[in-house]
Design a binder for this molecule. Structure first.
Ligand code: PLP
Length: 427
């Protein structure tokens, strides 16, 4: 970390613009770490926070509840097809830990002691806690802890840009699904299949081809495996639909929400389960079927209030339609971005774009440097008035969902200039 000898301080923000302590206005291409919906300083969201903060700031969810948390749970169940119950936490990693515990304990609760293994996709990311690291193993992030992580069955993901030589893309997709089916048919100890919904984001913006997720959900039903989806980065409109599981026609047993749930203003996450899973936890006290899990700030009323306001605004302002329209602006820039000689691939859906940088276009060699690419892009981005962050060799564009067409055009122009100027620093 030595290369980060100082940090810019953000003093205020409005809309898609961050303002630092020197008064520089910087376009937020990271969307507050992929969670900002309505831009910064939105009056309706601020009002939800201030109104609730005068009534009740926090109270325990152990033996008690509070009105905003109840209302939000009701609303989440209403808008989440086939989901029945909500378990709160306060960050995405915890929501995934809860999903893992629910899935494993479900089988214990119904007397199937043998179902203890978890299946996942290679290169998935579900957070930085130990359970989440185990089910979302990205080698670069988690290699140092490999010995302490529990093992999972991992299956390949069809990434169109990097399919094995002997395959067509369609053949490779079929092979990926066949591998899962083969394993499911031979093993009867698989408790759950856990995957990001719609796309792998931190693992390099791998957008699943049509039907991939649906086919896995079908296999889960066929072989009696719980299907667990992580919508933390992709739900609530990031990929252009409210929930990817709905768009992909792949109903889960358990689903985790986070990030954009509060519009990016306060920390809250939720793990939803269907009735089948929930019912398995019902019993007399001495049956010990209940879930032992709870965080201090679970169901925080201020966070729940702002989340409810945020979600109601989706309908009020027809946000999903707006995202679908604005998202087309990305397409107008494909050509120019792909012509840059260090750009190997562009992957885009909704309000998410990953630009993969390579040192050799033909061989698709991922670009590497002595200095971190992230740092180079951060510095060059700053010169161009844009806050950019890369993950490995992927430039990530994840702006606030409400970004306007002209702001998005500006963001893409500045991204192009940044890649051009970073190029000389990298090669
Ligand atoms: C798909 C996915 N799941 C889980 C997480 C973890 O969420 P948090 O950072 O809130 O713990 C992330 C964070 O980026 C994510 O992208």
């Amino acid at each position: 970390m030595k290369e980060w000898d100082s940090f810019d301080q953000i003093k205020s923000a409005k809309g898609v613009w961050l303002v630092d302590s020197k008064g520089n206005k910087i376009l937020d291409a990271v969307g507050s770490m992929w969670c900002n919906v309505w831009g910064h300083s939105n009056p309706e969201l601020i009002n939800a926070i201030t109104t609730q903060s005068k009534k009740l700031q926090h109270s325990s969810m152990f033996n008690l509840t509070n009105e905003p948390a109840e209302k939000l749970a009701e609303y989440l169940v209403k808008i989440s097809p086939k989901m029945n119950k909500v378990f709160y936490s306060d960050n995405g990693s915890s929501a995934m830990e809860i999903a893992i515990k629910l899935a494993l304990q479900y089988w214990k609760n119904i007397g199937e002691k043998n179902k203890t293994r978890i299946a996942t996709l290679e290169n998935g990311y579900h957070g930085d806690t130990f359970g989440a690291m185990s089910v979302g193993y990205v080698p670069e992030f988690f290699g140092k802890f490999k010995k302490q992580l529990f093992t999972t069955l991992q299956f390949p993901v069809p990434n169109k840009y990097r399919i094995p030589k002997e395959f067509s893309f369609l053949d490779y997709q079929n092979q990926c699904i066949e591998k899962i089916e083969k394993e499911f048919s031979q093993k009867n100890n698989i408790a759950a299949f856990i995957m990001e919904s719609g796309a792998q984001v931190a693992g390099g913006v791998i957008i699943y081809p049509k039907d991939f997720q649906r086919k896995i959900s079908v296999l889960c039903k066929k072989y009696n495996v719980l299907f667990v989806l992580d919508e933390i980065a992709t739900g609530f409109g990031r990929l252009g639909s409210m929930f990817q599981y709905e768009e992909q026609k792949s109903i889960p047993d358990i689903v985790a929400y986070g990030k954009m749930l509060t519009g990016g203003y306060l920390t809250l996450a939720a793990t939803l389960a269907n009735k089948k899973v929930y019912d398995s936890f019902l019993g007399e006290f001495n049956d010990w079927k209940h879930l032992f899990h709870g965080h201090t700030y679970t169901g925080n009323p201020i966070a729940s209030s702002v989340a409810l306001e945020n979600l109601k605004m989706y309908k009020k302002y027809n946000l999903i339609k707006k995202i679908q329209k604005t998202s087309k602006v990305f397409e107008q820039h494909y050509q120019r971005i792909s012509e840059i000689d260090i750009v190997g691939d562009i992957r885009h859906k909704g309000m998410l774009m990953g630009i993969e940088l390579v040192s050799n276009k033909r061989k698709k060699t991922p670009i590497t440097t002595k200095k971190s690419i992230n740092k180079i892009f951060f510095e060059e981005g700053k010169k161009n008035g844009i806050y950019l962050r890369t993950l490995g060799n992927i430039v990530m564009l994840v702006p606030p969902l409400v970004i306007t067409e002209s702001e998005l055009n500006l963001l893409l122009e500045r991204t192009i200039s940044t890649i051009e100027s970073a190029k000389s620093k990298i090669i």
